[in-house]
Structures are given as C-alpha cells and as structure tokens.
Design a protein around this ligand. Structure first.
Ligand code: SF4
Length: 352
C-alpha cells in the first residue's frame, strides 16, 4: 500500500484510527485522568507537576469534578475525548465515570479513546461496557518482544471496540519495534500508531543519558526517530501504520484546537489570530469602574468592547481602540496575545 502524506511530516500506510481523525480536526478534548503510573518509561513526557499525582485535567484546566470536565468539553464543542495519563487504568472508578458522563451528555457519537500501558483483559472489558470506543495500548519497551505473553490477543478477539497500539519510534530499538509490529499484525490489531520521539522538560536528562540528539534546532523531535518509523512503514506496507510527527502535533492538532476554542469563546473585542491565539488590549488602573466611565464618556467606547475582569483585576478592551488612545490615558496599557485555554497562557505582552 502506498504511504499517504498527512502534512507536517506525518504519514499513514492505510486507514487511521477514528480517535486520530477527531484529533486532527482539533475537536478532541484531552482528559488527563490521573498522573499515577507504574510503568516508568525513560522517555515519559508527563510534566513533574502531574507525574505520580492523582490529579485530573481537561485540556489545560485542572478540574475537581466531572461537571467541570463537561463544561470544558462544551467550551470547545468537542466531538470526542482522548483519555490519557499517567495510566487511566490506575483510577478505574474515575475513568469509568468520565466515559459514562461524556456519553450521557454528548451521546453515543461522542468518540472516546483511551491510552494505557496496562494490558488487562478484565479492565478492558469493563471500559468497553461503559462505552469506550477505542483502546490504545502502550506496552513498555521490555514487553515489545514478548507481546504474545500478554492478554493483548485475547482482548483483540473479545473486544467490539477498536484496539490498537501506540508506541514511540525509538531509533535504537528498531528490531524490537519490528518484532512488536509483526506480532500484533498477526493478532489482527485494528491500527498501529508510531509517534515521533520528543524531548520534553521532564525527560531531557534520561534522553541525554541515552545519547539521543535533537533532529534540528527548530523542534524537540529526536534525530532519526522519523526515519526509523518510515523504514517500518515500508517494511510492513500491508499493515495500517500511522506515523504522527512532532510538528504535526503542534502545527495541525494544537492549532486547530486553539482556533476552535477561540472562535467559541472570543468576546466581541477579541481578535482571533490564524494561530488560534487571541489579541486584546489591557488597562490597569486603581479604580477600574472610573476608568470605564472615562472611556465611555470621553472616548465613546461602547460597553460591549470593554470588560472589567474582577479576578485578574484588569480591564479588557478592543486592541484596535487601545492602540489609538493609549498615549492619552493616565493608565498602564498593553496589547496581549493569549491562548484561549483555561489557563490563558500569555504569549506576548506589548506595553503601549
Ligand atoms: S506509560 Fe505513559 S505515563 Fe506511564 S511512564 Fe510510560 S509514557 Fe509516562
């Protein structure tokens, strides 16, 4: 089968998993259900603030209840959810309850996939019964040559949901990857995802100790990880393998998700950029109500183009207005570029 290019270095041998389709559209919510994990992969990208802690995040937002999870999914009009961690199977009650609530609220068509390093038949069946649509197993490296000794084959035979594997392309483990792919293909696996290996803040030291190098100065991808994956795709040309590049995650998946969120949440005074960030003006003053009165009376700024944010103690205002009048105002004025995410991560702040 010919290798199909998917943009930004990603490619596929055949069909791709349904969960990936939602992700590529930017319409998938990421539910980080728990940071607990007993696997200890040396390349683990999970940040120190989440790793090992039983904390839950919906996209970038730390949540304390399933209602907050639903609100986050609504804010981006999510068509699907990817449940990740840590290992979601280490908190089955929370994972099962999330699946049931998402299906109840958004219907059977809301596609849910889940990543786990635990190959556990009984838990897989409970997750399927709760409504899970797709399960992605991420076996630890030591298991790659011994996948026949696990319950994966039994799960594939018994499950009605799609079952796949998702592993990083480790350039120094090509023979083990080949063995794994050959064995799971024989089992009748539904899909195989191979991800470009990346450096992250949390794995930098371990990856350096193994002498992995950066592919180039522009990305965090590991040298030769992409070449290893492409060799595998050629070798197993009749198996559905999907290679997801590091740049595809940022330039396509993340960007589309940000644009989707920004378009749903932007206020009338926000400008949504083509990267999915939001531009707005900011005013800081001791008395924000008085500042709003001045803008209304002296500069005819309509109420819908400004907003006093009581939490951040600032006034948000249309960037095109503040640019015009900042030099005449007795306040600190800025233009900011922010992510439309719950944490409103600031990309840039320009004083006026
Ligand atoms: S299974 Fe996932 S979360 Fe656990 S250590 Fe490996 S990469 Fe990290």
């Amino acid at each position: 089968m010919a290798i199909k290019r998917l943009g930004s270095g990603s490619s596929a041998n055949g069909k791709i998993a349904k969960g990936c389709e939602h992700c590529m559209n930017g319409s998938k919510m990421v539910l980080f259900v728990t940071g607990k994990c007993g696997t200890g992969c040396f390349y683990c990208p999970v940040s120190d603030e989440k790793m090992g802690r039983d904390v839950t995040y919906a996209n970038e937002k730390r949540i304390m209840s399933m209602d907050e999870m639903i609100a986050e999914a609504e804010s981006m009009d999510a068509t699907g959810t990817g449940i990740t961690g840590g290992d979601p199977l280490l908190n089955m009650e929370r994972t099962l309850s999330a699946i049931k609530m998402l299906k109840e609220r958004f219907g059977r068509g809301h596609h849910i996939h889940l990543y786990t390093s635990s190959i556990d038949f009984e838990k897989a069946m409970r997750l399927e019964a709760a409504g899970l649509d797709e399960m992605r197993f991420h076996p630890p490296v030591l298991v790659w040559e011994h996948i026949d000794d696990t319950d994966l084959g039994k799960i594939i035979s018994a499950a009605e949901m799609d079952v796949g594997i998702e592993v990083p392309s480790l350039p120094d483990h090509a023979p083990q990857l080949e063995k794994l792919i050959g064995d799971v293909a024989k089992m009748g696996i539904d899909f195989i995802n191979v991800n470009e290996l990346e450096f992250s803040e949390s794995n930098w030291e371990m990856m350096g100790a193994r002498r992995y190098e950066l592919k180039d100065g522009a990305s965090s991808a590991v040298l030769d990880s992409d070449k290893t994956a492409k060799r595998l795709m050629k070798k197993f040309s009749d198996v559905d393998i999907h290679f997801c590049s590091s740049s595809f995650k940022d330039s396509v998946q993340l960007r589309k998700r940000l644009i989707r969120m920004a378009e749903r949440t932007a206020k009338e005074y926000d400008v949504v950029t083509e990267d999915g960030t939001v531009l707005k003006g900011l005013i800081y003053a001791d008395d924000l109500e008085a500042a709003a009165g001045l803008l209304r009376d002296e500069y005819d700024v309509p109420d819908e183009l400004m907003f006093i944010d009581p939490v951040r103690k600032r006034m948000e205002i249309a960037s095109w207005i503040i640019e015009e009048i900042a030099s005449e105002l007795p306040f600190k004025c800025y233009i900011v570029e922010e992510y439309p995410t719950a944490d409103r991560l600031e990309v840039e702040r320009t004083p006026l």
